[in-house]
Design a protein. Sequence first.
Length: 170
Amino acid sequence: MYFTDTTKKIFISFGAAAFLALCIGYIFFMPTTEKTEAVAIPTTTVPQETTVPPTLVSCQDTTILFDINTSDPIVSLESINQCFTWFADQINRGVFTKINVIGRSSCDSSKENGNQISQERANLVALELMKYGVPNFQINAQGIGYSNPIGDCKSTKGAIANRSVIISGE
């Protein structure tokens, strides 16, 4: 077989590169009898995904429950500030022109006492809405006592449901 000088140089270069790779491989991967200790290799930490709370879609018909025969809410009004902010935003954007705040009472009080407590509850929630920027003239706060109950007055669940204020926009 006839090889030109160029062909010989290619084979020699290729052979030298293969020999060099073989030697390097042997040096790095040759077996050893020495005991080696495990070494921790520092890794970069990948930040964990943060969970974003779901966007509040609607607070329409928000119900706030109250203790028996008082205008003290069961939960603090600050805990539902997101809904007060939502209603204020709806008013400011012109989605609602009025917000109805309807207070109710359970059937375990007199009619007069129930009407008074339900109005106090509605007024309390209306004041909170004003703190969030809803103008007074756009709030209809009305206490209706137990004249239009949500739940059955004879059951505990019904009585709890009736001691409430419902906020809705129109």
